[in-house]
Design a binder for this molecule. Structure first.
Ligand SMILES: [Zn+2]
Length: 446
């Protein structure tokens, strides 16, 4: 569930040609074949999960580890810079009275309240996108190229930014117009109805995502290689997933990352593999990853996420209900904004929600990480490919730190760390050694 919804700005576009194209660094390939099970992870009478995990960890070249650590740790700082940068933009719009000016312009253009709100939204989106562009460019383009994770040159990347901006314009416009209508009509209870409306909007967006939003950025089609789909569909049917389709997405258009996901809601819910995984992953690895994705599916993680988001949005709106009034009482005169139903209040709402989500970072990460751990365990049981699972953890380690400290993992990780994922797989293998001893005995007999 992620599409690159970021900004676009014609002015900055011209300025950015000065940067030139960042140097692309190819991925550092392991010097050993990671599909070969290391000696310490082979089934034996003295199989030890810790030693097997270390044997897999040792397959990652030191240079690759240093690079993915640097990339991932840089991401911790980006959480802070993103927060500070966005907050500064909001404060700028409020204290320079740009927000009030944008509202006045919208009021001069039409007498319809809803249309004023929409015009304000368009102005807000363009201004914040232009101001936010330098950081968005560094984070989404330059840095991705620097670490060998991006595949797009500047033109196509900008094209995606522009598409993202149009999606935000339409979907964000509907949301903002709807929410301000609720605030203006239900002066005392808008925080409840706002949360309910946000939730409904989220369900619709997630449901239309795989069918209408993802295809704007990528090509998606049914996977029809029976060698790959055969074992996957058997696993799906064995686990109560009544589908005959697995989807493939050309993620290599934007990135070298390997991944797969479950997306959609109700009728549109589906499992999608990306082409990097299909190209670089062994059959065991693909099955291990699919087992994990089926875990999300069978354990209803998307509906559970929605319920979690309902709680988060009730908390957010209650806090906004109080926070907006408090701030307007203090600074409304200086900002020329006096009412919570005035669209010019949007930068203040963005600022307040930004502070809340910044503080909630570990909570939101933990909610996701717990589900990811559940999906990992489901996947190990369903696919029975602990070595394929370890291979996947190594591949995902190209863009995630493999061995963080416990506190670091708690705060910043939305998936279990690579080390912990391999360790879970090796513990599972250690408790199911007979599956693998029989396989190696059969191989030896042939
Ligand atoms: Zn997952």
């Amino acid at each position: 569930m992620h599409c690159p919804i970021r900004g676009f700005a014609l002015v900055v576009l011209l300025a950015c040609f000065g940067f030139g194209v960042a140097q692309a660094q190819p991925a550092i390939q392991p010097s050993v074949d990671i599909t070969q099970v290391p000696a310490a992870a082979q089934p034996s009478a003295h199989f030890d999960a810790d030693a097997a995990t270390e044997a897999y960890m040792a397959m990652i070249p030191a240079a690759a580890k240093a690079r993915s650590d640097a990339y991932f740790e840089g991401g911790y700082w980006l959480i802070l810079w993103d927060f500070l940068y966005a907050s500064a933009i909001s404060l700028l719009l409020l204290f320079l009275q740009w927000s009030a000016g944008m509202r006045d312009l919208a009021v001069r253009m039409t007498r319809f309240k809803w249309l004023q709100t929409f015009i304000y939204w368009v102005e807000y989106l363009v201004v914040t996108t232009v101001l936010g562009f330098p950081l968005a460019f560094y984070e989404g383009y330059q840095r991705e190229h620097q670490y060998g994770l991006a595949t797009q040159s500047f033109g196509p990347w900008m094209g995606d930014q522009f598409k993202g901006l149009l999606v935000s314009l339409i979907l964000g416009g509907i949301a903002v117009v709807g929410l301000f209508a609720i605030v203006r009509r239900l002066r005392n209870t808008w925080w409840i109805w706002g949360a309910v409306a946000t939730m409904a909007f989220l369900v619709v967006t997630v449901a239309i995502g795989p069918v209408y939003l993802q295809p704007i950025f990528n090509t998606i089609h049914r996977l029809d290689d029976a060698k790959i789909t055969g074992p996957i569909l058997k696993m799906a049917h064995a686990n109560g997933i009544a589908t005959n389709d697995v989807y493939q997405i050309d993620a290599s258009r934007q990135t070298t990352r390997m991944s797969a996901n479950v997306s959609g809601f109700g009728q549109t819910m589906r499992i999608t593999l990306n082409d990097n995984l299909l190209r670089r992953g062994s059959p065991e690895e693909i099955q291990a990853v699919m087992g994990h994705e089926m875990g999300h599916y069978v354990m209803n993680h998307i509906p559970k996420d929605m319920l979690f988001m309902l709680i988060v949005s009730v908390v957010s709106f209650a806090y906004l209900f109080w926070g907006l009034q408090w701030a307007l009482k203090r600074w409304g005169g200086r900002w020329l904004i006096h009412d919570v139903g005035d669209p010019a209040v949007l930068p203040l709402a963005t600022l307040l929600v930004g502070i809340l989500f910044f503080v909630l970072t570990p909570v939101l990460n933990t909610q996701t990480r717990v589900e990811e751990k559940e999906a990992d365990m489901f996947g190990l049981n369903a696919a029975r490919q602990p070595d394929g699972f370890a291979q996947a953890a190594i591949h995902l380690g190209e863009y995630r730190k493999m061995r963080p400290g416990p506190l670091e993992e708690f705060i910043f990780f939305d998936h279990p760390s690579g080390y912990n994922r391999i360790h879970s797989a090796m513990v599972w293998k250690g408790e199911n050694l007979e599956l693998f001893e029989n396989a190696s005995a059969a191989n030896a007999a042939q």
